[in-house]
Design a protein around this ligand. Structure first.
Ligand SMILES: O=C(CO)[C@@H](O)[C@H](O)COP(=O)(O)O
Length: 223
C-alpha cells in the first residue's frame, strides 16, 4: 500500500513550506489536483505552479486532471516528468478520445491513469482497463476536500479488483476523497493500492501520528 498526499487543502501561499515539511514524512507521492472551474466547480492551479511544486517536491508527482481539456495540460507538464497523469473518463465525448489521450501519455513516458466519478458504473471503464497503469476511483464527488467518503464506491473498487485478477491486468487502484485510517482500511481490504490522503493528513495536529495510524492499520492487515 502506498500513500499520496493531496495538497488541495494547503493554503496556496504556504505551499512551498508545507511541501518541504511533507517531504520529510512517510508518503510516496504528491497528488496534484488540477481543477479548471468547468469540469468541477472549483479552480486550483495550472502548469506554472506545478513546475514550481516540482522544484521543491522530492516525491514523485501524481497529477489528477479534473478538467474539460486534459490535452492542453498534458502538453505543458511533460517536462516536469510526473510519474502518473490521470484524466477523467467523464471529460471525454468518445471512447476513441480516451484511448488517444492514454496513448499520448504512454508515448511521452508517463504512466497513464483513468479517474472515475462515484456515480460512474465500472462497466463504462472496462474497455480501457488494459491501457491504464492507475485506476483512480473517486470516493467523493470531485471538486473539494473535506467531504465524507461515499461507501457505495466500494462496489466499483471490488469490481476493478476482481477484473484485474480475472484478466491479469496490472493497474494499481487508487482512491481519493474522504480517506482516513478507517476508510483507508476498508479500501485496502477491497483491493486498493494507493490511498490519497487530503484533509485527514494536511489538517492533522500531528501528521506523523496520523500517517502512522494509516500505515499501522495496513501493517496489521498485512498490506
Ligand atoms: O480530488 C479531490 C477532491 O476533488 C481530493 O484529492 C481531495 O482533495 C481529497 O481531500 P479529502 O477528501 O481527503 O479531504
Amino acid at each position: 500500500m502506498e500513500i499520496g498526499v493531496s495538497i488541495l487543502n494547503i493554503p496556496m501561499l504556504s505551499l512551498a513550506d508545507e511541501i518541504e515539511k511533507l517531504n520529510k514524512e512517510a508518503i510516496d507521492y504528491f497528488h496534484l489536483d488540477v481543477m479548471d472551474g468547468h469540469f468541477v466547480e472549483n479552480m486550483t492551479f495550472g502548469p506554472d505552479i506545478m513546475k514550481e511544486i516540482a522544484k521543491v517536491a522530492d516525491k514523485p508527482l501524481d497529477i489528477h486532471l479534473m478538467v474539460d481539456n486534459p490535452k492542453f495540460f498534458i502538453e505543458k507538464v511533460l517536462d516536469i516528468h510526473p510519474k502518473y497523469v490521470t484524466v477523467h473518463y467523464e471529460a471525454f465525448k468518445t471512447d476513441k478520445a480516451v484511448f488517444d489521450v492514454l496513448e499520448k501519455l504512454r508515448s511521452a513516458g508517463i504512466l497513464p491513469g483513468l479517474a472515475v466519478n462515484p456515480t460512474t458504473p465500472a462497466e463504462k471503464i472496462k474497455p480501457f482497463l488494459s491501457e491504464v497503469d492507475v485506476l483512480l476511483q473517486m470516493t467523493v464527488q470531485p471538486g473539494f476536500g473535506g467531504q465524507s467518503f461515499i461507501e457505495d464506491t466500494l462496489d466499483n473498487i471490488n469490481q476493478f479488483a476482481s477484473w484485474r485478477q480475472q484478466y491479469q491486468y496490472d493497474y494499481v487502484i487508487e482512491v481519493d476523497g474522504g480517506i482516513n485510517d478507517e476508510t483507508g482500511k476498508l479500501c485496502v481490504e477491497n483491493g486498493v493500492d494507493i490511498l490519497v490522503l487530503g484533509s485527514y493528513l494536511v489538517c492533522a495536529p500531528n501528521r506523523e501520528q496520523a500517517l502512522e495510524k494509516v500505515r499501522g492499520v495496513q501493517r496489521k492487515a498485512g498490506n
